[in-house]
Design a protein around this ligand. Structure first.
Ligand SMILES: Cc1ncc(C[n+]2csc(CCOP(=O)(O)OP(=O)(O)O)c2C)c(N)n1
Ligand SMILES: [Mg+2]
Length: 367
């Protein structure tokens, strides 16, 4: 695999890296073909499809759990499965994942158990504690703050001459935060083992991408900070894998950070607390539906006799059962409602002591 990808797909020249189009056809462009690594076989693609189907179903289940009052709120990844699977496949288990909040798929593929994420979105912070061998920091709701953590992690790895990498996710909206610019600047200066993945899903709640920046792409911002940046079709599993693998390998060799703009689309609402119909033209959603990352993979696999409706039905039936077990497990996790007070400060402030007492008294009255 060559590093030329960043000069061959310069965002300032209006280029976006894509390997598989929305009809499941692989690009015949020799530049693109030369970038495809040997490990991306049909079997690799089929296995990735299965992972993506599982995350799509787990995502739908989370929405359903919220709608039936069994989950507090939830931020759907629908439409962003390829961005997440492509990156997860390029990461090694020892790498650190530094997520925002719309990363159910990549977190799960990196080893965070699905029940942890359900428990978290059910409102129980214990869900943020992954098994000890899973290198993933907790979900970051404060938009953009995690990018600086990823730079810090990457700087530490670089100083220790480790070959591990910190991969951070954030949205298009997060690029308007000062944290993004601070993180990118440090990434240019200190060349940490860090990879930035911007999931540009075109919306930040009700704010469209065009309101975030006058730059034509988010990827081009990397150039001002002196690091490579590339815009990738985020709905294209192979393109995401190739681009992130190249960036991760660079960082692993100690050559510094990269910004990847995954050009994708939020097919669902911002969260279960949102109603996008109030601010987003449904026609726009219709335009993006055929670009769904799952559809093109189905077409690709079907053309090679590797996908059929029966195969899909068998997978769906199996995953439904697996997800039901996960729901059971996540609902049976015991927690103490007072934890919200007890684990915020080392010592409670007087007004929090008062609130804690009032909260527990109310719970007692209700039960
Ligand atoms: C610092 C901060 N400001 C505002 C919010 C409220 N908020 C939550 S998500 C969000 C939009 C994020 O958009 P984007 O970065 O594009 O990510 P997406 O939700 O599209 O994945 C905002 C403004 C927040 N959580 N943190
Ligand atoms: Mg967004």
């Amino acid at each position: 695999m060559t590093q030329d990808i960043f000069s061959q797909f310069n965002p300032l020249e209006g280029k976006r890296f894509q390997v598989m189009d929305e009809n499941g056809n692989i690009s015949t462009d020799p530049t693109v073909a030369a970038l495809r690594p040997a490990e991306v076989t049909d079997d690799f693609i089929k296995q990735a499809y299965e992972k993506m189907l599982f995350m799509k179903m787990a995502d739908q289940k989370a929405n359903n759990l919220q709608r039936t009052g069994r989950m507090g709120t939830y931020a759907s990844i629908r439409g962003q499965e390829a961005t997440q699977a492509g990156t997860a496949l390029a990461m090694q288990r020892t790498d650190w994942l530094v997520p925002a909040f719309r990363e159910l798929g990549v977190m799960w593929m990196h080893g965070v158990p699905m029940e942890n994420m359900y428990v978290y979105w059910m409102g129980n912070e214990i869900g943020s504690l992954p098994p000890p061998d899973v290198n993933c920091i907790p979900i970051s709701i404060a938009v953009g703050s995690q990018m600086l953590h990823a730079v810090g992690l990457g700087m530490g790895m670089k100083k220790k001459k480790e070959t591990k990498v910190a991969v951070t996710f954030f949205g298009d909206g997060a690029t308007s935060e000062g944290d993004f610019h601070e993180a990118m600047n440090c990434a240019g200066v200190f060349q940490p083992n860090t990879v930035f993945i911007c999931q540009n899903n075109q919306w930040a709640i009700s704010v469209p991408r065009s309101y975030q920046t006058k730059s034509v792409t988010i990827a081009q911002k990397a150039q001002a900070y002196g690091i490579p940046g590339i815009q990738v079709d985020g709905n294209d599993l192979i393109a995401m894998y190739v681009a992130t693998k190249t960036a991760i390998d660079r960082a692993r060799r100690g050559e510094g950070a990269t910004l990847i703009e995954a050009y994708t689309y939020r097919l669902g609402d911002h969260t279960t607390s949102d109603d996008a119909k109030k601010y987003r033209d449904p026609a726009e959603v219709e335009l993006w539906k055929p670009k769904d990352p799952m559809i093109r993979l189905q077409k690709y696999l079907a053309a090679r006799n590797l996908w059929s409706q029966a195969y899909e039905d068998e997978l769906v039936a199996r995953y439904e059962k697996e997800i039901d077990v996960i729901v059971e497990k996540s609902q049976s996790v015991q927690y103490n409602p007072a934890d919200i007070f007890d684990y915020t400060y080392a010592q409670l402030t007087p007004h929090l002591i008062e609130q804690r007492t009032e909260f527990l008294t109310r719970l007692e009255i209700q039960s």
